[in-house]
Design a protein around this ligand. Structure first.
Ligand code: SF4
Length: 227
C-alpha cells in the first residue's frame, strides 16, 4: 500500500474519531497496568464497572499483597479468567515491590518480563502512561488492518504490529492505535461492518468483497471473522 493510501486511512479515521483515547479508566500507570491485565479477553466496559471499587480498596502493589489470593479472586470474579488474573496480579505486584521500588517500570522489556504482561499490554502502558510511541495490536486493530489490506489474513499479531510500524509515522503510532480501535469498535465491527457507508470502501478489499457478495455469503464471512 502506498504512502498516499496510508495517509488517507489515517486522516479518515482521524476525522471520524478525533477524540479516540484509552477507554480503560485509570489515574496512574499502576492502575492502567492492572486494568489492561484485567481486560484480556474481557470488554473495557466490564473492567470499568469493576475498577472504581477495586482501585478504592487496592491503591498500591503492597495492598494487593496484603490479602489472600482467594480474596482478590472474589474481588475480580466478574471478569473472565479471574483466577489466573488474580494470581498474575499478585505475582506482578510482588516483583514491583521487590525489584522496582513499587513503581511500574517504563522500559518495554521490563514490563514484558512481569507475570501476565504480554507485548500488547506493555505497548498500551508505555504509550498511555509514559508517552512512548507504540502501536498495540488488539483484536480491533488486527481485524481492521487485515480487512484494509495493511496486513495479510494469516499474519500473526506481531507481524501486524511490525507492518503498521513500518507504514505509520512513529509519532502517530499511539493515536493511530486508539483510532483503529474506535474505527473497529464503532464502525468496522466484527459482525456487521458498515461497508455501504464507509469512506474507505473504494480501496478496501474486504469491503468490496462484502458489497459484491449475496447477503447469505456476507453472513458466512461475518461468522468467519468472529472465529
Ligand atoms: Fe471495514 Fe467495510 Fe470500511 Fe472495509 S469497507 S474498512 S470492511 S467498514
Amino acid at each position: 500500500m502506498n504512502e498516499k493510501k496510508i495517509r488517507r486511512i489515517l486522516d479518515t479515521m482521524g476525522m471520524m474519531f478525533p477524540d479516540a483515547h484509552c477507554e480503560l479508566m485509570h489515574r496512574n500507570p499502576f492502575e492502567l497496568l492492572v486494568a489492561v491485565m484485567l481486560s484480556a479477553q474481557a470488554t473495557d466496559e466490564s473492567v470499568n464497572r469493576l475498577t472504581p471499587s477495586l482501585f478504592h480498596k487496592y491503591r498500591t502493589p503492597e495492598d494487593y499483597l496484603k490479602v489472600p489470593l482467594a480474596e482478590l479472586e472474589q474481588d475480580i470474579r466478574t471478569i473472565g479468567l479471574f483466577r489466573n488474573k488474580a494470581k498474575n496480579i499478585q505475582s506482578m505486584c510482588r516483583i514491583l515491590v521487590e525489584e522496582w521500588n513499587s513503581q511500574v517500570p517504563e522500559a518495554h522489556e521490563a514490563l514484558v518480563a512481569l507475570p501476565g504482561v504480554g507485548r500488547k499490554t506493555a505497548n498500551v502502558v508505555v504509550s498511555n502512561a509514559f508517552g512512548v510511541p507504540a502501536f498495540a495490536v488488539d483484536t480491533h486493530v488486527e481485524r481492521v488492518s487485515k480487512r484494509l489490506g495493511l496486513a495479510k489474513p494469516d499474519d500473526s499479531v506481531l507481524e501486524v504490529e511490525k507492518k503498521l510500524n513500518r507504514v505509520v509515522p512513529r509519532e502517530e503510532w499511539t493515536l493511530s492505535h486508539h483510532r483503529f480501535i474506535f474505527f473497529g469498535r464503532y464502525h468496522c465491527k466484527a459482525q456487521s461492518p458498515r461497508c455501504a457507508s464507509c469512506p474507505l470502501l473504494d480501496f478496501c478489499p474486504e469491503g468490496k468483497r462484502r458489497m459484491k457478495a449475496p447477503a447469505s455469503m456476507k453472513a458466512g464471512s461475518n461468522r468467519k471473522n468472529e472465529s
